[in-house]
Design a protein around this ligand. Structure first.
Ligand SMILES: Nc1ncnc2c1ncn2[C@@H]1O[C@H](COP(=O)(O)OP(=O)(O)O)[C@@H](O)[C@H]1O
Ligand SMILES: [Mg+2]
Length: 468
């Protein structure tokens, strides 16, 4: 994809025509073109034959105002950063074009794109994460990246954005981008067969190890980016045999000296998914909510304002899908007033976080009894006094709650898992202070309300299991 100004102008004009019903004038085109080339009004004037005065006062200001509305995306278009805005705009246009061209197969530069990338309509913040991930992929130390975090925090969208930027910046670097959304009915075996099909390799009846080495050969022959989105859906973390398979998969596909990359999004960290008897290195990012600035932008663009917006962000830890859900509720039930919403001091749970917690509490292999007990204890304590619980209090409290001897090492392991899955939060004010744990409000609410009865279902089992 060559971004020459003629093509940019064509796309821009189409957009202007759609929004305003008119074409760009010759003078406007001259100003845009000149600005793209870094020229001042003076030079644009002498190139185009218009007077400086006319371009500067009769064309420029009106043009920037019009463009702000048409392509500004809430940013005021000015001469100084027109080029950046145009690049961003054109990039978005191309991605939408590619996405709409073909459902399952398209071409960007020389890269064949397979699978359905999520459509990015509004994207806020995450500049740092995008930069880090792109850097990782570019420097190529590890050939696997994992992004973990709670459901709805934005893992899928973030990776889609990273892929979009890579395709835009290096349309000829990769031969294949393969986007695979995993689901509960698929297995690593099926997944491999499906991916091999893309390379015209028929292997559905071959054993797993053969499939892995066949794919590894493809990874050597072509530069590929393989995205496995929502990998937690596929895994069975309490199945030892399966864990060995996952290990074979990741070790077999990342150890080789190739220039392909596996990108994984998952609610469960890869350390827990694979058994990891063999060492293999990967880059991992534990994704948290949006930073305040981005979250505020999102809230404002969705029509809410006022002092309490920051409190809303804090309450939902900047989780974009949670914020989206609560913003909709505030519009529907509180006349768009964040203040009124807070008068009711309630916590709303969005559908994505609930879906995730249903899985964590309800599906075998996700949370064990001790992990559940820790969360239940924190929820109950925090409903009485909403402050973080110090580690020692947690130990004593758990003993009381479940009348059991809980070994410290087991407790620490459980806490580690919960933290890495972003299900609990830790805080420590200084190195001398004891570490404390808490739950974010939505998680606390889920446990206390227990909408599907999944939290309390297993509770009695605790009395009969034993931790040493
Ligand atoms: N950076 C972002 N900007 C705007 N909206 C976002 C962003 N990240 C996530 N969202 C919103 O949150 C929803 C959930 O994001 P998603 O990436 O599917 O979460 P995850 O994969 O972590 O479960 C998206 O559909 C989108 O509406
Ligand atoms: Mg996802």
């Amino acid at each position: 994809m060559n971004l020459d100004i003629e093509r940019v102008l064509e796309i821009l004009e189409e957009q202007v025509l759609q929004s305003t019903g008119r074409y760009l004038s010759k003078a406007e085109k001259a100003v845009i073109k000149g600005t793209w080339d870094g020229k001042e009004y003076r030079d644009i004037a002498s190139d185009s034959g218009y007077s400086v005065q006319y371009l500067q006062t009769g064309v420029g200001p009106q043009l920037w105002t019009m463009l702000s509305e048409v392509i500004g995306d809430a940013v005021q278009v000015k001469k100084a950063y027109l080029k950046n805005i145009l690049i961003k705009f054109t990039k978005k246009y191309y991605m939408e074009l590619e996405a709409s061209k073909l459902d399952n197969e398209s071409l960007v530069g020389k890269t064949k794109v397979y699978g359905k990338l999520p459509k990015i309509v509004n994207f806020y913040g995450r500049q740092e994460e995008i930069g880090d991930l792109k850097k990782q992929i570019n420097i190529f130390q590890e050939s696997c990246i994992t992004v973990t975090g709670v459901g709805g925090v934005g893992k899928t969208l973030l990776i889609a954005k990273v892929i979009e930027e890579i395709l835009f910046e290096h349309p000829n670097r990769y031969d294949y981008v393969i986007w695979k959304s995993t689901n509960r009915s698929s297995s690593i075996n099926d997944l491999l067969s499906e991916i091999l099909m893309i390379f015209d390799v028929e292997a559905s009846n071959k054993p797993l190890t053969t499939k892995i080495s066949l794919l590894s050969k493809q990874f050597q022959a072509h530069r590929c980016l393989l995205v496995l989105d929502g990998f937690e859906k596929l895994v069975e973390i309490n199945n030892y045999e399966k864990k060995l398979e996952y290990e074979d998969f990741f070790v077999g596909l990342t150890n080789e000296d190739h220039q392909s990359y596996i990108i994984l999004t998952s609610q469960i960290p890869l350390e827990e998914i694979t058994h990891l008897t063999t060492s293999f290195s990967f880059f991992s990012l534990q994704l948290e909510g949006l930073e305040e600035r981005a979250a505020l932008q999102m809230i404002h663009e969705k029509g809410l304002g006022g002092e309490k917006c920051r409190q809303l962000i804090e309450m939902y830890r900047g989780n974009p899908s949670e914020l989206e859900a609560v913003i909709n509720k505030i519009h529907r039930f509180f006349e768009g007033s964040v203040e009124r919403f807070f008068e009711y001091s309630t916590t709303m749970m969005g559908p994505q976080i609930q879906a995730m917690l249903h899985v964590q509490f309800g599906q075998a292999g996700f949370l064990n009894d001790l992990q559940k007990q820790i969360m239940i204890y924190l929820a109950r304590q925090m409903s009485k006094i909403p402050t973080p619980i110090p580690f020692s209090k947690l130990v004593d409290g758990l003993k009381e709650q479940s009348s059991l001897e809980v070994s410290i090492s087991e407790l620490i392991t459980a806490i580690d898992v919960l933290e890495r899955r972003s299900l609990i939060e830790s805080s420590k004010k200084s190195s001398k202070q004891e570490v404390s744990y808490s739950l974010q409000p939505v998680v606390k609410k889920y446990i206390l309300v227990d909408p599907l009865g999944l939290v309390n279902k297993e509770e009695n089992k605790m009395a009969t299991s034993h931790f040493m």
